[in-house]
Design a protein around this ligand. Structure first.
Ligand code: COA
Length: 195
């Protein structure tokens, strides 16, 4: 059983809960999440369309993501109940420490759940947590056509620096002095996960 860190409703009223990534045991959730990403979302997240990837390579990447997030930062999965399935991962976010002050951020929401506020909620939790862990800046490199990230940044409560180069945007977000709307108290477990 893992701790649930935040429970919220999507814009369509769907109940979503976030819990921390628990390492190797979450690899099947990461693989399932990946399998529900369109080639466009895969391209935006991994810089390749990965239309027909080798399942072994997908599993290895999922393991690497889970291990890195747990060893050098923190990650969360967003879950919903879906039909008879009590817990389906629909999103994931992780920050990985690059040095004392800086961390790389990456987030993904499966296509059929995009645009409902899950990315925004995950980003807030990750930013508040990273700040509490002493991280001063998030960095990311995203495709310049990534409209969803542009929108996310538009709502960001922090100063964001963008450098565009060769179709990619280097993003640097200053986490100091920001109110992410997620007080540290909310970061504590509020109940045990359903499964
Ligand atoms: C980036 C991503 C995580 C955003 O997650 P999300 O749950 O869709 O985000 P939200 O629902 O919180 O939306 C945030 C804003 O982006 C907008 N948005 C979401 N998807 C969009 C799209 N495809 N095109 C344009 N705007 C979009 C939303 O409307 C919202 O803006 P608003 O509040 O002004 O309406 C998701 O689109 C995704 O997984 N993309 C593929 C992977 C990726 O690009 N990851 C980021 C690089 S690591």
């Amino acid at each position: 059983m893992s701790s649930v860190y935040q429970v919220f409703r999507t814009r369509t009223g769907r109940r979503v809960w976030l819990r921390t990534l628990a390492g190797a045991k979450d690899v099947p959730y990461l693989i399932d999440l990946f399998s529900h990403l369109s080639p466009t979302s895969r391209y935006l997240r991994f810089n390749e369309p990965l239309a027909d990837p080798d399942p072994a390579a997908v599993a290895a990447e999922a393991r690497a993501i889970a291990e890195n997030a747990c060893r050098q930062g923190k990650g969360w999965l967003a879950f919903v109940r879906m039909g008879r399935k009590p817990q389906v991962a629909v999103g994931g976010v992780r920050w990985v420490r690059l040095d004392q002050e800086e961390a790389e951020i990456a987030l993904t929401v499966r296509d059929d759940f995009q645009g409902q506020g899950i990315g925004q909620a995950m980003l807030r939790v990750a930013a508040a947590d990273a700040r509490a862990a002493g991280i001063l800046r998030f960095v990311a490199i995203v495709h310049s056509a990534n409209q969803a990230v542009s929108q996310l940044l538009r709502h960001s409560p922090v100063a964001v620096r963008r450098v565009i180069h060769a179709g990619q945007i280097y993003i640097e977000a200053d986490l100091t002095d920001a109110d992410w709307g997620v007080p540290p108290t909310e970061m504590r477990p509020v109940r045990r996960a359903a499964a």
